[in-house]
Design a protein around this ligand. Structure first.
Ligand code: NAP
Length: 239
């Protein structure tokens, strides 16, 4: 897959996990890449692995930080948003509105604020790719917040695709992916999570971030697709 060498890709959350893999894949596909995430340290660490890419800190929870990020980036073609913080699980019996709001904040509310702030520099032929979870389609005990947030991101993207046309807006909906998102768990808990998540797919394994990054590149490259969801879950929803 290739992207125009003149095309500029901005990856918010591009210093770790899925976003870092998208940044790598976009460089490999020939594009210019700008990564942004919360800390200067993680940006510098990511840039050390991304020859030719640029980046700068941006905290999506601050409107001012987001605005100054886009002011400094200038015109670009593709926005990818993969920022996310700790996972929140739980059953409806444990539901706490404050925890739900925290969980939705970066993944939905700040994603939309980032889209808003990007519009003055995102070219009309460009694209936006947001991130959600395949739990939107399956759910189940313990996935309440992830399912609700993912459904909201998918619906928001469909609405944005209409509103922002001819710019394209799509979502990649992920099953469990092996990334630093799970680093808060013990090694034993992670091994058990990845083993059971892999068994719950049709392909029989949990993917690496590089595997799922391909779908983000496809959605940038395929300029006749908008308002859609790329479900990247190894067939998990069918199992
Ligand atoms: N991994 C999975 O199994 C999985 C499954 C389904 C959905 N997802 C979703 O996919 C997305 C990416 O997940 P991942 O696994 O790649 O996670 P990750 O490895 O933890 O990466 C998250 C990225 O978000 C950035 N970030 C966090 N808070 C930020 C803020 N306030 N402002 C700017 N950037 C911020 C982090 O940057 P800093 O390090 O600088 O803070 C990091 O670059 C998340 O929304 C996640 O919920 C992941």
């Amino acid at each position: 897959m290739s992207l125009e060498p003149t095309s500029r890709v901005v990856v918010i959350g591009g210093t770790s996990g899925v976003g870092l893999a998208v940044a790598h894949a976009a460089r490999k596909a020939g594009a210019q890449v700008v990564v942004g995430s919360r800390s200067a340290e993680t940006v510098d660490r990511a840039l050390a692995q991304l020859p030719g890419a640029t980046g700068r800190p941006v905290d999506v929870t601050s409107g001012e930080s987001v605005q100054s990020f886009f002011d400094s980036v200038g015109e670009f073609d593709h926005l990818v948003y993969t920022a996310g913080d700790a996972i929140a699980g739980g059953l409806i019996a444990d539901y706490r509105p404050e925890e739900a709001q925290r969980f939705f904040d970066i993944r939905l509310f700040r994603a939309l604020d980032t889209v808003r702030a990007s519009l003055s520099s995102l070219r009309p032929a460009g694209s936006i790719t947001l991130t959600a979870g395949s739990v939107a389609y399956r759910g189940g005990p313990g996935t309440l917040l992830g399912a609700a947030m993912s459904g909201a991101v998918i619906s928001a993207a469909r609405s944005l695709a209409n509103e922002l046309a001819p710019r394209r807006v799509n979502v990649v909906a992920l099953g469990i992916v092996r990334t630093p998102l799970w680093s808060g768990m013990t090694e034993e808990e992670r091994t058990s999570l990845f083993a059971s998540a892999g068994n719950n797919t049709l392909v029989g394994r949990v993917p690496e971030a590089e595997d799922v990054a391909k779908s983000f590149i496809h959605l940038m490259d395929q300029d006749y697709v908008t308002g859609t969801v790329s479900l990247v879950d190894g067939g998990g929803v069918l199992n």
